[in-house]
Design a protein around this ligand. Structure first.
Ligand code: GLA
Length: 411
């Protein structure tokens, strides 16, 4: 469809449903945090061969247990999210979605009860299309209301609505319709739209003002996988398109560069820091997709870093931006509440030694507090300098790694 006609169509739709139909759930004032199955556990459905790793109620209950036992929940990781491949292949006699009976013998409502009993929240996955990306039951326009009501009856707390097997016109109708349907259930359900990712993530095909009124978070770009190359590609894409993306984010509405893969097989400890630092600068949702039963202490230390989480969750809710870039280096900056800042020096070179840098605040326009700033190295967990406009701080960044500073005024 010609995009002018599409925009007209969406505006007409919104006029018809009226402003009171916009998503109004009061959720995600800071980027949501939790755990999600997809990147680590994919569409593993053979529980005979993979009894511990198949997509089943046991897996989600086990992760919920770990979120509580190992202190994740207390740090803010509160969602336990089912992704694709959870459903049966046919709807029930009433036309409702149903879970695979072998892998979820007690059904999603019972699983939600279990998750809630742990003080956590349950997320589920749907797809606006005739089937999900993995080939399971999709949500067609005529089942949006019934599916939203089913999720609410099950006491689900978040819905990720994927977009495989649909076209642009169907998405332009279906994503707003699901937003409205979730709102109408009366249950506060966090709504994650994959809509922009299926429209190449950028204006004019994507209207981020509209998306921010309809969804709490949205995937903008390609899927992550367990590799540094993919993390780097996502970082570059978000930097290259920040003029369009940065204004879209704010309390209640977040760009989603995809899951945290820290704790899996593909990233070194240094690369893991880089993913976390840039995701925190981007005010990204922190959804880990890893195995909390076997995660290493090193990975856990990174993911549980309180200052890192504090930066990600900052109340101002302003997404950071890349302020410098050359072939092997990027500098990212995020303005935080109370005159604070985060700075990430990212060394993207994958050859050679650590590279030297010097931090000086005035050229970075961090100068409002004339008394000076305390500089904390987030991953080293220490105060490394006190700087006024006359001082500098020198440090090194390993290849394919980052140094993340938290900068607090003493004023
Ligand atoms: C798409 C999404 C992924 C995941 C899979 C499931 O690729 O982008 O995040 O949900 O579908 O099939």
């Amino acid at each position: 469809m010609h995009c002018g006609i599409l925009v007209l169509f969406i505006s007409l739709f919104l006029t018809l449903v009226g402003p009171c139909e916009l998503l109004d759930n009061g959720l995600a004032k800071s980027p949501p945090m939790g755990w999600i199955a997809w990147e680590r556990f994919r569409c593993t459905t053979d529980c005979n061969v993979y009894p511990d790793n198949c997509i089943s109620e046991d897996l989600f209950m086990a992760m919920a247990d770990k979120l509580v036992e190992d202190g994740w929940k207390d740090l803010g990781y509160q969602y336990v999210n089912i992704d694709d491949c959870w459903s049966a292949l046919v709807r029930d006699v009433n036309g409702k979605l149903q879970a695979d009976q072998d892998r979820f013998p007690n059904g999603i409502k019972k699983l939600a009860e279990y998750i809630h009993s742990k003080g956590l929240k349950l997320g589920i996955y749907g797809d606006l299309g005739h089937s999900t990306c993995g080939g399971y039951l999709g949500t067609l326009p005529e089942t949006i209301d019934i599916d939203a009501n089913t999720f609410a009856e099950w006491e689900v707390d978040m819905v990720k609505l994927d977009g495989c097997n649909s076209n642009s016109t169907e998405r332009s109708i279906g994503y707003p319709k699901m937003s409205h349907a979730l709102n109408s259930t009366g249950r506060a359900i966090l709504y994650s739209c994959s809509w922009p990712a299926y429209e190449d993530g950028l204006p004019p095909k994507v209207n981020y003002t509209l998306i921010g009124q309809l969804c709490n978070l949205w995937r903008n770009y390609d899927d992550i996988n367990d590799s540094w190359d993919k993390v780097k590609a996502i970082i570059n894409w978000f930097g290259d398109h920040q003029e369009d993306l940065q204004p879209a984010a704010g309390p209640g509405r977040w760009n989603d560069p995809d899951m945290l893969i820290v704790g899996n097989f593909g990233l070194s400890q240094d690369q893991s820091k880089a993913q976390l630092a840039i995701w925190a600068i981007l005010a990204a949702p922190f959804f880990m997709s890893n195995d909390l039963r076997t995660i290493s202490d090193d990975a856990m230390n990174l993911l549980q870093n309180k200052l890192l989480i504090h930066i990600d969750q900052d109340k101002l809710g302003q997404q950071g931006v890349r302020i410098k870039k050359d072939q092997d280096f990027q500098l990212w900056k995020r303005k935080l509440s109370h005159g604070q800042f985060a700075l990430a020096y990212l060394n993207t070179a994958d050859l050679g030694e650590a590279r030297s840098f010097t931090l000086s605040l005035s050229p970075l326009h961090i100068e409002d507090c004339s008394l000076g700033y305390n500089i904390y190295d987030v991953f080293d967990k220490q105060l490394v300098a006190f700087l006024t406009s006359n001082h500098t701080h020198s440090f090194r960044v390993n290849p394919t790694s980052v140094v993340l500073f938290f900068i607090r005024p003493v004023c």
